[in-house]
Design a protein around this ligand. Structure first.
Ligand SMILES: [Zn+2]
Length: 101
């Protein structure tokens, strides 16, 4: 995304495949998501950046061992998802339902 001198975002429409070919992290359809956000989307899984920001408040930067990351990537590819979504699912499956406090 480019920013004009006045700080307003100037988003250029680029489809997901085009953005992927350019090695970009985001693409922009120029159309709102199903929740009405006119925002960029992640090339990796197609999700709206604004929806993602609202729904995922916890960011945990973790350096994964190379071998583990490779295994996660393979499995994510096989299952048609992204590594972050796969990790979330594995954590949910491992932790089980939320505990009462
Ligand atoms: Zn959205």
């Amino acid at each position: 995304m480019r920013r004009r001198r006045d700080g307003v975002s100037e988003q250029r429409v680029i489809d997901r495949d085009g953005a992927r070919r350019l090695g970009l992290t985001y693409y922009f359809t120029g159309k709102p998501c199903k929740h009405g956000h006119l925002a960029e989307r992640f090339v990796s899984f197609g999700g709206c950046v604004e929806c993602n920001r609202i729904h995922h408040s916890g960011v945990i930067p973790v350096f994964l061992p190379r071998e583990l990351h490779a295994r996660l990537r393979l499995r994510a590819d096989r299952e048609g998802t992204s590594v972050p979504f796969l990790v979330i699912r594995i954590l949910k499956d491992t932790l089980g339902p939320p505990e009462d406090r």
